[in-house]
Design a protein around this ligand. Structure first.
Ligand code: PRP
Length: 207
């Protein structure tokens, strides 16, 4: 049985559909229940719904053989897993954004609010800027609106949240999309099964 961690939510449903199209159906997964684990012994898969930011933890520790996580999560938490395939979905970008009237003074330490502290530190180290990271867990846009930070480092998808709060993108740090990740031991001990799923998914993604 191959254990597959799916990110709970809208992206996870789309991700499951790709697995199903690739020959690994388990129709119960999309049912309207509070159940978290579903299996279909006929095609050797067991799916479970995990919080998106936790998928990499399940895969790293081997509770899941494979999983799907955003590039944002992978870069932030740097789990010890193989990143194998870009599924080309869940596309968005990691950006620096600020209030429209923000004027940067490069001589001052920049106050950066974010859920992605590591990505923010790495980015500002690469451009040689000193920053003060304010780590938040959500609704990051509030910080510059209330004057608590100068900028935010956050995910932008449609841009609606920024627009509706009087903020704008000032830099794009990197594009984000959903990636297939694989547990390192599973890639050794369940290699045939993992490769079978990977190849089928790669074909489905191309189509
Ligand atoms: C994410 C992100 C932005 C928003 C961007 O938040 O942190 O706030 O989506 O999407 P948009 O560009 O389409 O408006 P999420 O919904 O994950 O919740 P959060 O505020 O708790 O981080």
């Amino acid at each position: 049985m191959l254990n597959i961690a799916l990110p709970k939510g809208r992206l996870g449903e789309k991700v499951y559909e790709i697995f199903a199209r690739s020959g690994f159906e388990c129709p119960e997964v999309l049912g309207d229940s509070r159940k978290l684990v579903f299996e279909n012994p006929a095609n050797g898969v067991r799916y479970f719904w995990a919080k998106p930011s936790d998928v990499a933890v399940y895969v790293e520790r081997g509770a899941a053989d494979i999983g799907v996580a955003g590039k944002d999560i992978i870069d932030e938490y740097r789990p010890d897993v193989y990143e194998m395939l870009d599924l080309g979905m869940g596309k968005c970008r990691m950006c620096v954004a600020a209030r429209k009237d923000f004027r940067d003074n490069p001589d001052l330490t920049l106050r950066v609010a974010t859920k992605f502290s590591h990505i923010a530190r790495r980015y500002y180290a690469s451009v040689g800027r000193e920053i003060d990271v304010i780590h938040l867990n959500g609704s990051i846009e509030l910080a510059p609106v209330l004057g608590m930070s100068d900028v935010i480092v956050d995910i932008v998808e449609t841009g609606t949240t920024l627009r509706e709060n009087g903020l704008e993108v000032i830099e794009t740090i990197m594009p984000i999309s959903a990636r297939l990740i694989v547990n390192k031991s599973s890639f050794e001990f369940k290699k045939d099964q993992v490769l079978k799923v990977m190849q089928a998914l790669a074909t489905a993604v191309e189509e």
